[in-house]
Structures are given as C-alpha cells and as structure tokens.
Design a protein around this ligand. Sequence first.
Ligand code: NAP
Length: 255
Amino acid sequence: MALRTLILGGTSEARELAHRLASRDGLAVTVSLAGRTRHPVAYDVPVRTGGFGGAEGLARYLLENQIDLLIDATHPFAARISVNAAQAAVITGIRFFCLKRMPWVATKGDQWFGFEDAGSALAALGAERLKVFVALGRQELSALAAQPQHDYLVRSIEPVDPPVEVPNIHYILGRGPFAKADEIRLFSENRIERIVAKNSGGFASMAKLEAARELRIPVHLIDRPRLPEMPTVHSTAEAENLVLHLAASAEKRGV
Ligand code: NAP
C-alpha cells in the first residue's frame, strides 16, 4: 500500500519536495495550498486548495483521507498553520515532521537590525523621509500606513489590492528567484536607502540581502515567529530521505 502523504505547501521547498517524490513508488502525495495566490506555480502531484477549519478540521481531513504522513513545508512566517499541523498530528496520532529552511545569518558587511514585527521595523526608520524597499506580505503591508513619511517601493507576487494608504508608494511585481545583479540595479536606480523584509531564509529571495551588503544599505529584518519545538528537517533532500525511509518501513510492516 502506498504511504499517503500530505504536504502543506505554498513554498518553493514544498514544490521541490513534491517534485522529488512524484515519481517514487510506494507513495501517494498531495499538496495543500491556502489559496492566497490566484495563479500558483504548477505542482507535479495533486493539489487541494483552501483552509481546513483549524487543527480539528485538519485532523478530520487527515482521517477522512487516510493520510499516513503529514509534512508541514509552509513558510516560516505562516505560524498558525504550523501550530495547527502539530496539533492535528497529536489528535490523529499520524506521523508528522516539518521542512523549514534555515534563517539567514548576518555576515561581514551586513548592517541588519532585527525586529519582532513589521510595525516596529517600519517605526525604526525614523521621522526623516527615506527611500525604502519593502518586501513584505499583504498582511504586513498595512503597517506602512503608520509611517506615511517615506517613499516606498513595494515588491509583491500579485498586485496589492486594496493599495496601501500612503502618499508616496510605487508597486512592482516579481516572483523569486531574484539575481543579485538585478537587485543591485533595482536599488541603485531607485536610490534605495533602507530595506524592510522578513527573515524568510532560503535562496529565492536572498539576493536582496547580498545587494544590500554590496551597496551598504541597512536592512530592517523581521524575526521569525516563535513556534513550539517540532521534529524538523531543513532541506528538501533530508525531507525526501525521511519520507523514503518511512515509506520503506511502512511497506515492511505491510501498512
Ligand atoms: P497562516 O497565518 O499560518 O495560516 C492562516 C490559515 O490559512 C490557516 O489557519 C489555514 O486555515 C490556512 N492555511 C495556511 N496554509 C495552508 C495550507 N498550506 N493549506 C491549507 N490551508 C492553509 O498562513 P499565512 O501566513 O497566511 O500563509 C498562507 C500560505 O502562504 C501558507 O501556505 C504559506 O506557506 C504561504 N506563504 C506564506 C508567507 C508568509 O510570509 N506568511 C510567505 C510565502 C508563502 P484553516 O485554519 O482554515 O485550516
């Protein structure tokens, strides 16, 4: 019997893991998306979309669909679904682990300042008008309204709708991975003086930090939300090995 696996996705890691597992024998993989992006990138396995209705709803889904293994490969800032996943695994007793990329760590030449949330990262820009590059999600962008004195350049995957109520704001669309040379050009052309972003980790959006280092631009970086301890791997290769190991032992047990 195939090991029925549900990957909670919405990240490049989830997509890569699904791709690695799609052609493997002994597995039946489904990816779950929240449905935030209107045009999500295609996956190599079946996809279901939309919330489950909290931890209990997810537990119900896992039981109804006879899922054997739950993998939380959501974004490190998607705290609610991660807590729900851990609770649903306890409720159902099914196997569970997280795939979470490591946070970025400052190196020589970086001028990073850490903040708990978007509001404090933006407040720390100060009263003087600055040109600020903003790489935040839709939820955090509302915090710009409390600091209307700056010139904002906001990059997002999909159009920001409704727009943020500040007088000087310009929107650009972009989906990673981004190249360092392009980020340097973008920041130079727009004379960016500060960057506000989340410490997402991973490769796809790291180039902005490399560009900031080269151009000596200070970065206001929002720290990850604190989550309870969960069994976690940090790379898709580790996750793939673990899944294959679990599939092999399930087959041996005749599950
Ligand atoms: P969140 O605050 O942790 O979750 C809010 C609710 O959205 C959850 O309670 C759940 O609804 C639903 N949900 C979230 N992820 C889901 C998934 N993969 N499948 C089904 N339902 C899901 O999450 P968020 O920060 O809004 O992020 C939403 C999605 O975007 C995540 O899948 C995440 O991987 C992706 N993403 C987030 C960020 C970020 O910075 N937050 C960045 C890039 C990608 P129910 O309680 O009804 O089940």
